[in-house]
Ligand binder design. Sequence first.
Ligand SMILES: [Zn+2]
Length: 417
Amino acid sequence: MPLTLGKFSLGVGDRFAHQARAQLQACALAAKEGADVTPVWNKSYREHMIIGSTPESARQAASAAVRQLGWTAAYHVDADHINLKTVDGFLDSCDFYTIDVADAIGEAGGAEPAEAFVKRHPELAGSLSIPGIGEPFQTTSESVAAIARKYLPAVGQAGEIYRRIENAKGAGNFISEVSMDETDSPQTPAELLVILAAIADEKIPIQTIAPKFTGRFNKGVDYVGDIAQFEKEFQDDLAVVAHAVERYGLPANLKLSVHSGSDKFSIYPPIRRALARSGAGVHLKTAGTTWLEELIGLAEAGGDGLALAKEVYEEAYAHREELCAPYAAVIDIDPARLPPIETVRGWTPDQYVNTLRHDRACPDFNPHVRQLLHVGYKVAAKMGDRYLAMLQTCEEPIARNVTHNLLERHIRPLFPM
Ligand SMILES: [Zn+2]
């Protein structure tokens, strides 16, 4: 029996490896109410570099939490957004691989592989009726060839990375996902079908696929875009996935993975409706939302905790340009809406918490501050042991906020319970 990802799974990020237990607690409380949500601890190479951690330490933090809470259901550790250059360091410690090939989309792959693909897949050209999609897709061999030219190099690269992992770990001993989300333009449902056919040709037994959806998935804040259009495309994507499983023999549990999925509160109801209608599962990836709860817990603690949380803001504010640059495509910060340092210095715990906590109904909530602090974890990483020691001192309010955020703002609104 190959290692199989559960129907509903939650990617959690634990940047400083102190919140695994509080995160798992959210899944444990959900399980008590009958919702089986599999936790997946994800951390990318970039995060490990910035924090100075290793994949092995992420595995250890997860295992410790599992032991402490007596968690007996499945859990996984995800090598997040790996590529051929970075995969090797994750081979021992991870059992989930997010194979990121977004950079290879649109790479010149030559006309021949695309022509061969079109010949191999005559079923993709013409009028395609897919159960669950109202209007059939209208395609031609030329349009299929154009999609194939755009995506085949990326899928080929995914195959190469997959086989590298398979050689090291053995087939069936790990879960694989292919991610194409970190790119400029979203993939349409018709493109997704071609991509899945190509992935099946490459014999990658993917269990999750992360397309780029329509709209903006900014870090740590709500979805920005046309919600009705998102809902339609999400439903169509679910239908395409189900069809591809049948038609191309992909794993039966293949599901969509929603990256930068934390805090996208306005699309949770449409996603939840679509899942209920189709019976499909989903992987929701959240990461930085937990780090922001650490800051909220520190601020709530007052005293030295609040002072450190303010210091993080001060440093992030002072270095906002360099901190934001690598994330330009996934944040929208208006610098004029960032309170000056002198103002923040005078804040009470409540003022800090209300500004940062993602409560859209709260008049003090400031998405600009939230996004800046989201990308500001480098500041805390630089504080090193001073930051980590404060996490321990303020453990109670932090853990409470981490658990509450995942359970009440993410698991409960999104997963059927
Ligand atoms: Zn991603």
